[in-house]
Design a protein around this ligand. Sequence first.
Ligand SMILES: Nc1ncnc2c1ncn2[C@@H]1O[C@H](COP(=O)(O)OP(=O)(O)OP(=O)(O)O)[C@@H](O)[C@H]1O
Length: 410
Amino acid sequence: MPEDPRDPNEKLPAWPPSWAMSDTPQTPSGPAEEPAAAEPEPAAEPAPWAEPAAAEPAAAPEPEAAPEAEPAWAPEWTTPEPEPVAYANEPETVPTHEAPTSQYEAVPPAAAAAAAASSAEPPAAEPPVEAPRVSVVNEPEGHADEEYRYHDSPKRSAGVPNAIEFVDVHKAFGRNEILKGLNMGIPEDKISMILGPSGTGKSVCIKHMVGLLYPDQGDVIVHGESVPNMTDDELFDMRKRFGVLFQDGALFGSMNLEDNVAFPLRQHTDKGEEEIREIVQRRLAEVGLSGSWDKMPNELSGGMRKRAGFARALVLDPDIVLFDEPDSGLDPVRTALLCELIEEIHQENGGAYVVITHDILSAKRVAEHISVLWRGRIVESGPAEELFNSDNPFVRQFLSGESQGPLGME
Ligand SMILES: Nc1ncnc2c1ncn2[C@@H]1O[C@H](COP(=O)(O)OP(=O)(O)OP(=O)(O)O)[C@@H](O)[C@H]1O
């Protein structure tokens, strides 16, 4: 048996590691390593369970002006309840994506009324001035409501209770609104996939599920409990019901596989070493890595690291397992094998699995339930086979990977 490389004096990090949920998960070179990527969350929204100073700096500067400084001409999708204002030379239609520029000069309603009353001759109508539109292809012109014209497809129930529910969730980073009234259910005991264009907020959703981000409005409910309203202790306990598989497995670089997989058990349970070893060996065997228990992460291929991360995600018998792009960086064969593994382990263990992926083949292989997210809301959701036969133009385009359709290079 090879020598145990663990240093008994090593200082172990908290679990789950805050860096592991960052947008660019890092594999730490040692367990005491600090997070590499900081979440520029507003100071008013600390993550109480994490290492707040490192994970979400309290003094993180807002890139945009504070809400009070919001100009009166802000369009309705950035300010849900705008102050009533009158516009000089207001065009008939409000451009959908770009905030109107200064040509729509805001004037107080009283001044506008006075100006209209005092002028005998109405000013010659000027043609509406098109605000600049950028990088949206085939996107319908017209009122902002048009933004959601593809979102009226059914949001079908899976016929089982939801493990997770998003209820009218709004989330913005500065003025960048990501979730805009999201209603989404993740059914119990199924493999669900959240699909959608890059940057549309899929990872933001996952972070809301485990209380790494809180909604600005609305609620996120896990097994009937509101995540934003949990105390620190409740949040900590709730997280133990989650297993998370990050893109690169997010293994501790200074621990062998056995210690990596044993880590949550040592951190969160009072099980003895013998029992821990038995559980770890069983989980490693499940993912086909029983012969590699003493390997260090840098001795493994990308696929093996993902499988090891999967074993670690399962070790506390979670009710919900989150997979953030588990197939990224894998060749098609290894992706297929990982999909099979996810299916097999789900059949054996049950639970709600939530998979984020861009790989439509993976979705075809393993998804039982699909939610398509775009522009901060669900376009369509339901059983996978129904989504793959959808007649919604956006869903059809996205699930077939066509270049022609409502989605362009946003
Ligand atoms: N902490 C944050 N601070 C500021 N902006 C953020 C933060 N987290 C996410 N965003 C922004 O939210 C948007 C959605 O990000 P997210 O990572 O959820 O997208 P995604 O759908 O998972 O994309 P991809 O498929 O490319 O991984 C992006 O514009 C991103 O820059």
